[in-house]
Design a protein around this ligand. Structure first.
Ligand code: PMP
Length: 451
């Protein structure tokens, strides 16, 4: 852009900021304390802030721009659909919705061959739970501590992070359990195999104590995202599947964040041999260009509602603009080898690069991840593993580290004491190299807080 165009953009950004502070009520925030970043525009792996500075968007916004910003094929598909038909009731057949359902079910494991479309992730989770409850005739739902399932009523009660605390009415029939997480093990394990076995034994005990005949579903993120990107140890998901089978419990994989290429496969559960009964998805399904989520349903649960109405629906279920964006996203990801790129970047560039940084920065307790889905766990003390910000909180140290990232031109995803490096699945090698270099200098700031 020319200097004049940039000036005009900055001016409109300043006005947007004033109006935002006057009239926009933000998610998860103390309104008076907010200083939100203005985004003037975006392209590929980059965004431009309110001052016109270019930053590498390794947050992928809400970990959803899996195909990068403004992918021309997706933008064109939305425009084309807008010119053709902007909206249609969910009861009517629509070509964008039909084709999106076909493309998604082609990529789900097993016989998850029907799609119920929602507006996003939380309502996908709500509907998956409703289906499981109606299918089993049971009410209780088991979910992990260290998880995120959405901001709506049941979904926030299911969530195992501190955002649940002020929202927990204790009436949703939700019981939490510990999943495997070796770095902060609850089971005193010393290796991944032990952690997997002990976490499974713990879950089996929770099921026995709650009464298997009262449990409709176990819901888990195969790779928990917001809670810290914990890749499951060998055998864990297989063990959960076997436990669900033994007790007639529906297994729901929440793939809202990890799905659609993020881990280097279409779904993160595809790294195991496990087929869940239901998959919830959103975000990456259309790179977040238009709100969309859904539930992929297996044959058995779909059959429950063959001659009995499913008691649920949404005005925008399978909205044409959203599903047209999904069709274009999935096709582009397939044609351009974008899922394979995510796998390669994780295995050869981003993963090894982060592990190298961990070697010489004492503030890095652990790096872990897969594909373009990596967490950097920052600590005050590498021996006690005391986090650089408390669980559920923030700290001046973390703010300084994130400030250093931003100053260097990197926008990562941050949560408590963690920095998540989650670029788009089609990020390039050189963009990752640039992001790692900026992170390296920001970690030098983190090191100054180490005891
Ligand atoms: N499940 C998971 C695993 C998520 O990461 C999220 C969003 N971060 C949700 C559900 C909720 O999705 P949404 O914000 O679209 O409602």
């Amino acid at each position: 852009p020319t200097e004049a165009a940039l000036d005009a953009a900055r001016e409109s950004g300043r006005r947007a900021y004033e109006l935002d502070r006057a009239h926009v009520f933000h998610s998860w925030s103390a309104q008076a304390q907010l200083k939100p970043m203005t985004i003037l525009g975006a392209a590929g792996s980059y965004v431009w802030d309110g001052d016109g500075n270019r930053l590498l968007d390794f947050s992928s916004q809400m970990v959803n721009t899996n195909i990068g910003h403004q992918h021309p094929k997706v933008v064109a598909a939305i425009a084309e659909q807008a010119n053709k038909l902007c909206t249609v009731a969910p009861a009517h057949v629509n070509d964008a919705r039909s084709e999106a359902a076909r493309l998604i079910t082609e990529r789900t494991p097993g016989d998850l061959d029907k799609i119920f479309f929602t507006n996003g992730g939380a309502d996908a989770v709500e509907h998956a739970v409703r289906m499981a409850r109606l299918h089993t005739g049971r009410r209780k739902v088991l979910t992990r501590f260290r998880s995120y399932h959405g901001g709506t009523d049941t979904a926030i009660n299911m969530t195992g992070d501190p955002r649940r605390w002020p929202n927990d009415y204790g009436a949703a029939g939700v019981v939490h359990f510990f999943g495997p997480f070796l770095y902060r093990t609850e089971f005193h394990s010393t290796d991944q195999q032990q952690e997997s076995e002990r976490a499974l034994a713990h879950l089996e005990s929770v099921v026995a104590m709650e009464g298997p005949q009262t449990i409709a579903a176990i819901v888990l993120e195969p790779v928990p995202g917001t809670a810290g990107i914990m890749v499951p140890p060998p055998g864990y998901l297989e063990g959960v599947r076997a436990l669900c089978d033994r007790h007639g419990i529906v297994m729901i994989a929440d793939e809202v964040m990890a799905g659609f290429g993020r881990t280097g496969k279409w779904f993160s559960i595809n790294h195991s041999g496990v087929t869940p009964d239901l998959i919830t998805f959103a975000k990456g399904v259309n790179s977040g260009y238009v709100p969309l989520g859904g539930v992929a349903i297996n044959g058995e649960i779909a059959a429950t509602f063959a001659d009995r109405p499913y008691p649920g629906g949404l005005t925008y279920s399978g909205h044409p603009l959203a599903t047209a964006a999904a069709v274009a996203t999935i096709n582009a990801m397939t044609d351009e080898g974008i899922v394979d790129n995510a796998a390669r970047i994780g295995a050869e560039v981003l993963g090894p690069g982060l592990e190298k940084l961990a070697e010489f920065h004492p503030s890095v307790g652990e790096v872990r991840g897969v594909g373009v889905f990596w967490a950097v766990e920052l600590v005050k003390n590498p021996h006690t593993r005391e986090p650089l910000a408390p669980y559920g909180g923030s700290s001046a140290a973390m703010s300084e580290v994130l400030g250093a990232c931003k100053k260097g031109g990197l926008l990562p995803f941050a949560n408590f004491n963690r920095i998540h490096m989650v670029p788009p699945c089609n990020v390039s090698d050189s963009e990752v190299a640039a992001g790692l270099e900026i992170l390296d200098s920001a970690l030098a700031v983190a090191d100054t807080f180490v005891d």
